[in-house]
Design a protein around this ligand. Sequence first.
Ligand code: ADP
Ligand code: MG
Length: 257
Amino acid sequence: MHIFAIANQKGGVGKTTTSVNLAAALALQGQRTLLVDLDPQGNSTMGSGVDKGGLACSVYQVLVGLAGLRDARAPSPSGNFDVLPANRDLAGAEIELVELDRRESRLKEALAAHAGDYDFVLIDCPPSLSLLTLNGLCAAHGVIIPMQCEYYALEGLSDLVNTIKKVHANLNRDLKIIGLLRVMFDPRSTLSNQVSAQLEEHFGDKVFKTLVPRNVRLAEAPSYGMPGVVFDKAAKGAQAYLAFATEMIERVQNWKE
Ligand code: ADP
Ligand code: MG
């Protein structure tokens, strides 16, 4: 079971779009996949077609120890993967977790009980470096960082990298940065191309080969409760996420050899 956190403390950079579409694309390639929604906004949950309003049990209950993964997970009706859903309840977890033992490793422990159930677990982190994100980083083997190729893209990246280093040193020796994923890319923009080249220069093969273009079909899909790769598989954005899933599967296979 390979566990990846999709993290970037900036909001609106494509974490949720990447999480939902990568989960669905991995599932389309036959990978048993779980998507964990760690954002109280519940966008991954809704984007997977699970109604966040009607949840008897969610990731909140799992984190505070009131339920196990078995009770809280739900199949996505639009994609062939499972979701550990989230809603506003999760906003309160932050405060409650502070009082609890092993507060950073709650998700890790919940997933460990189901190590045989999935090939891939993807964790959609909230836009902060909070205790929730810390739970994501503690549980993960690697971090996928989506970023837009814009002027301020690199600003804030060092905070995230430092947090990842601290988690690696103190809480999770397995954790590493898997890669930077360029998203909402505009190939006609000179700035996009410049920033993209800069990223390749600085981070080398930590930059994924796949480039996800800005594509309106990816933005429309969540309002139908569908991952973009299911909603319109032929669209350029969907094709990019399908290619990204192939790239991830290849990376994971290369580790084993
Ligand atoms: P985050 O989870 O980091 O806050 P989202 O994935 O929710 O970011 O993306 C922010 C907004 O940008 C959403 O409205 C989403 O639909 C849109 N978006 C994300 N990726 C793309 C893309 N490749 N092309 C067009 N719109 C996108
Ligand atoms: Mg999000």
